[in-house]
Design a protein around this ligand. Structure first.
Ligand code: MLC
Ligand code: AMP
Length: 496
């Protein structure tokens, strides 16, 4: 018996082979049978490049049916899929290639890179790798995999500024997909509206695996455009998104209940949704958004209920099979209603960071508890409310941005003495990045130098919306920069 996730998906796909799988806004796209066939062709091509089970395949391509067939092809071969944000700069990508040592790097345009083979794929079937797959004979073999074999590595930035590759196994992905399928009541009649990127767990695993397992049809659009989503909601039953999706829909003056008649479920996560957004959404649409909480390292961890009460500002209950506790800094469990860090254990929790045993050991406690870094309270009935973060992290439009990474880039600019990067409230993205820079006494850097350096090295979404030169940074008695004071001081600096 194999635990390859694709074997489970294939059973479902072939039982509903005539059903549309991933369709575009006009309703065109492969059936589940055709998606299975296309993934077998990608698997054949991977094997011609010598890809074997356990090899890494780094993929930085646009969202498309071909990209998803490539992902499924990797599962078939037992290769490890390593998706990268399309916004990453060459400098960022080079780090991931060096760290993961892939057999193949699939990219949008040809470039020199540290991989055995560099293959090009665009978002149309005539682009090189996709065309090669279409011309190949389907390879029906599905590599046997155990539940603990790695299916994907997803890089997440770290508080040290160095990205870590979270290793997710076939067992991790399968258990979370099955649980969510039940919990959110997915059926083959569902139509999922999908506007998320497919290089993060939200768009790739949480959304797609759930739809795939129930052979629901997915309307698969390249990115989020509020007016287009409003129109497509008329054909959908479920929308999954980050809070920015909902604030942008609410910003459309004519968005309301008439647009949502066929939708049974609106789900939000990846960042906190303001209680005010929940309230406005319900007032405008008569629908209560179901908020859930997740993480790259574990997929979905808690969810508000499908049938019970959905409470704004809370993230609901631990998924069945997930053990969750609120603990102090030493890992001692705390009583109900007492703030502490969320620690979790369960079949969805990753096995560790790629080639970083020490980092992995730091983030797990004895007994296998993973320290999430999110601060929450849990009420006596088990409901979890996130109240803060123990990790220095900014979440902008659902993307995680680690201040340390930006500080390291700015610190290296000539004339910079020290820096502090903070998140300030932003009505669209939830939080936005602001950098405070202290210049050296003798040589001050220009704003243009600082901006140029950031532009060259970091993806656009990480760029500070404002860089402010300051005299000094406030510190506590231990000499640590007091970011909470800076966040208060500069909270309105982007306004006006
Ligand atoms: C785009 N930009 C962003 C940004 N997205 N800047 C900061 N934060 C973001 N999230 C940049 C663009 O490059 C552009 O630069 C400018 O900001 C404005 O772009 P836009 O056109 O308004 O943005 P858009 O392309 O519409 O994207 C916004 C978005 C997108 C919210 C739709 O960011 C998105 O899809 N986010 C989802 C992220 C996600 O999937 N997270 C899940 C992580 S998994 P310029 O040059 O034009 O100024 C996870 C676990 C879990 O967290 O629980 O799910
Ligand atoms: P990522 O590492 O990109 O997977 O982001 C995971 C982080 O997003 C979590 O550790 C939380 O800090 C945050 N997050 C996800 N969902 C929610 C939510 N519903 N409310 C608050 N924070 C969330």
């Amino acid at each position: 018996m194999t635990n390859n996730l694709y074997s489970l998906l294939q059973d479902r796909f072939l039982a509903a082979s005539a059903k549309p799988s991933l369709i575009d806004a006009e309703g065109h796209g492969p059936t589940y049978g055709q998606l299975d066939d296309l993934s077998a062709r990608f698997a054949a091509v991977l094997r011609t490049y010598g890809v074997e089970a356990g090899d890494r395949i780094v993929v930085q391509v646009d969202k498309s049916v071909g990209a998803m067939a490539l992902y499924l092809g990797c599962l078939r071969v037992g290769a490890i899929f390593v998706p990268l944000n399309t916004a990453y700069t060459a400098a960022e990508v080079d780090y991931f290639l060096g760290d993961s040592e892939p057999r193949l790097f699939v990219t949008r345009s040809l470039r020199d890179a540290a991989a055995d083979h560099v293959l090009v794929m665009g978002n149309t079937p005539d682009s090189p790798l996709w065309a090669e797959a279409l011309a190949a004979e389907p390879d029906p073999v599905i590599a046997p995999r155990s539940a603990s074999d790695i299916a994907a590595i997803l890089y997440t930035s770290g508080t040290t500024g160095r990205s870590k590759g979270a290793m997710l196994s076939h067992g991790n992905l399968t258990s979370n997909a099955q649980e969510l399928n039940r919990l959110w009541g997915f059926t083959p009649e569902d139509v999922l509206l999908h506007a998320l990127p497919v290089f993060h767990v939200h768009g790739l695993f949480i959304a797609l695996h759930t739809a795939f397992l129930s052979v629901a049809t997915t309307i698969f659009v390249p990115s989020f455009d509020a007016a287009q989503i409003k129109a497509l909601l008329l054909k959908a039953t479920v929308l999954m998104g980050v809070p920015t999706f909902y604030t942008r829909l609410l910003a459309l003056p004519d968005f309301g209940a008439a647009d949502c008649g066929s939708v049974r479920l609106f789900i939000s996560g990846s960042a906190p949704m303001l209680a005010e957004t929940h309230r406005q959404f319900e007032a405008r649409t008569d629908q209560i958004v179901l908020e859930r909480y997740g993480m790259t390292e574990a997929g979905i961890i808690t969810s508000n209920p499908l049938d019970g009460e959905r409470v704004a500002g809370t993230v609901g209950y631990p998924l069945p099979g997930v053990d969750l506790r609120i603990a102090d800094e030493q890992g001692q469990p705390l009583p109900h209603d007492t703030p502490g860090v969320i620690e979790i254990k369960g079949p969805n929790v990753f096995g560790g960071y790629w080639r970083m045993p020490e980092k992995t050991a730091q983030e797990f406690r004895d007994g296998g508890w993973f320290i999430t870094g999110d601060v929450a309270v849990q009420s006596s009935d088990g409901r979890v409310t996130i109240v803060g973060r123990a990790k220095d992290l900014i979440i902008s439009g659902g993307y995680n941005i680690y201040p340390k990474e930006i500080e390291s880039v700015l610190d290296a600019v000539a004339g910079v003495a020290e820096t502090a990067v903070i998140g300030v409230p932003d009505p669209d993205f939830g939080e936005s990045v602001v950098a405070l820079v202290v210049a050296e006494k003798t040589l001050a850097p220009s704003l243009a130098d600082l901006e140029a350096c950031v532009r060259e090295q970091l993806a656009r979404f990480k760029h500070p919306r404002k860089i402010i030169l300051v005299e000094d940074l406030p510190r506590n008695a231990m000499g640590k920069v007091q970011k909470n004071l800076l966040r208060d001081l500069y909270r309105d600096c982007l306004k006006g």
